[in-house]
Structure formats: structure tokens, C-alpha cells
Design a protein around this ligand. Structure first.
Ligand code: UDP
Ligand code: BGC
Length: 219
């Protein structure tokens, strides 16, 4: 049976992790999915970089068959983590979005990828610093590389947190996304930035439980 790696981008959300870890372990055990969880902690003072942390998680868990790229504030109430047909968006009925989607093309929160598709799109981009737009970039990568995407009707509770979005960083991310989406040679964007160009420094690694490992990195 295919083995799942749950990859969680993380920094400074201890209260969420305390709830998420036992909840997820119980939930996936009950679903009878063979899994391990990798918490990838950004251990530097740079702006948070969700997408690059997800690439780090992939490269730390390469021997797994498929991946759930998973925010720490999303708790599955009714979900399906079985091996997907292709990149599959799971967080489609989310409490913080009134049990729906924020917009039709939303691909963030919780997304499953089989290894082959993820390699084909060269993973996530590494250069989206601060909040926003990296999930819009990754679904565009799928479209450009002719990788079909799917969505399952799955329900998620949300853990609350403050939101301090840095407008300058967010605008930079939107500009990056716009340039990619409007480029005459989008494949060049994909080839130049992704798992093939990923660099990071691994600071430490520790088992938080039998199933969950915390890996600290500098990006
Ligand atoms: N995250 C984190 N620390 C941060 C910012 C983000 O651990 O300072 C991780 C965490 O897994 C979180 C995810 O990145 O669930 C998405 O960020 P956030 O929750 O801020 O965005 P939202 O989806 O709620 O707008
Ligand atoms: C951002 C995404 C985010 C979504 C939902 C969009 O405006 O670009 O990164 O996931 O809003 O919050």
C-alpha cells in the first residue's frame, strides 16, 4: 500500500501543533492510511515561506509515495487521504471560509500530490516570501505542465490565529504570480525555480512521537 508523508510548514504556532499532532495521528490511524508526519520548522528571521518549507518536506521524505501538504490550522472532520489520481485539493469545506471555498480556484490549506506529478511540476516555487499567492502559483504550474488537478469534498475545522499580512511582501508575491501567469514562456519559470533549485540548511531533527518528526531548517 502507498505510504503518505504529511508535510506541515511551521513556525511559532505551538498551540496549534499541540492540537494538530494528536488529532491528525488519530484521524489517519482510524482511516488506515500508512503515514508519517513531518513538521518543517523555519528556524530563521526571514519572512515565513510556506512553499519553500513544503519543498523541504518533500526532499526530506522522498521515499514516500504521496504527500499531503498540510497547514497546521486545518483539522479534518470528514476527509479522505487515500492515494489520489493526481494533485487533489482536500480543504474544500473549511470552517474559516464559512464551510466553503474562499474562491473557486483555491488550492491552499490541504493538498495531496502523488510523487510523479510533484516532480513533473518541479514542486512549489521557492521565492514567495510572506503570506499569499504560492498556492495559486502551484495550481498554475499543474496547468502549464498538463497535470490534471482534482478536488474532493472534505470538511475541515479551523484553528484561530492572528493575521498580520505584510502588504509589501504580499504585493511582491502577487507581482511574481502575475508575471508567471502572463508569461510567453511559463515553463522557464517552472524550470528555474522549484525542487531542482532548492537549497536549505538542516539545523536539527527530533522525533515528537512514533509517527511525527520535527525538522528545523534555515531557508
Ligand atoms: N504558518 C506558520 N507560522 C506562521 C505562518 C504560517 O506555522 O507564522 C504555517 C501554518 O502551518 C499555517 C500555514 O502556514 O497553517 C498557512 O498560514 P496562515 O495560517 O497564516 O494562512 P491562512 O491560510 O490562515 O490565511
Ligand atoms: C491568497 C492565497 C490564500 C487565499 C485564501 C488568496 O488571496 O493568494 O495564498 O490561500 O487567498 O486565504
Amino acid at each position: 500500500m502507498e505510504k503518505l508523508a504529511v508535510i506541515v510548514p511551521y513556525r511559532n504556532r505551538e498551540e496549534h501543533l499541540k492540537v494538530f499532532m494528536p488529532y491528525m495521528e488519530k484521524s489517519l490511524t482510524e482511516e488506515k492510511v500508512p503515514f508519517d508526519i513531518f513538521i518543517i520548522e523555519q528556524h530563521d528571521d526571514k519572512p515565513f515561506n510556506r512553499a519553500k518549507l513544503l519543498n523541504v518536506g518533500f526532499s526530506e521524505a522522498k521515499e514516500y509515495d504521496y504527500f499531503a501538504f498540510h497547514d497546521v490550522d486545518m483539522l479534518p472532520v470528514d476527509s479522505d487521504y487515500s492515494f489520489p489520481d493526481g494533485p487533489t485539493h482536500l480543504s474544500s469545506e473549511v470552517e474559516q471560509f464559512n464551510w466553503g471555498l474562499p474562491y473557486d480556484g483555491y488550492f491552499g490549506g490541504v493538498t495531496l500530490f502523488d510523487k510523479e506529478s510533484f516532480v513533473k511540476i518541479n514542486g512549489y516555487p521557492n521565492e514567495y516570501w510572506g503570506w499569499g499567492a504560492e498556492d495559486d502559483d502551484v495550481i498554475h504550474r499543474c496547468m502549464i505542465m498538463d497535470v490534471d488537478t482534482y478536488r474532493k469534498a472534505c470538511r475541515y475545522r479551523s484553528l484561530n490565529h492572528e493575521r498580520n499580512i505584510d502588504r509589501f511582501e504580499y504585493n511582491q508575491n502577487l507581482t511574481k504570480l502575475y508575471e508567471f501567469q502572463n508569461s510567453d514562456s511559463p515553463k522557464t519559470f517552472i524550470e528555474n525555480d522549484g525542487i531542482s533549485s532548492l537549497t536549505y540548511e538542516r539545523i536539527s531533527s527530533e522525533n515528537l512521537s512514533d509517527r511525527t518528526k520535527l525538522i528545523r531548517v534555515k531557508l
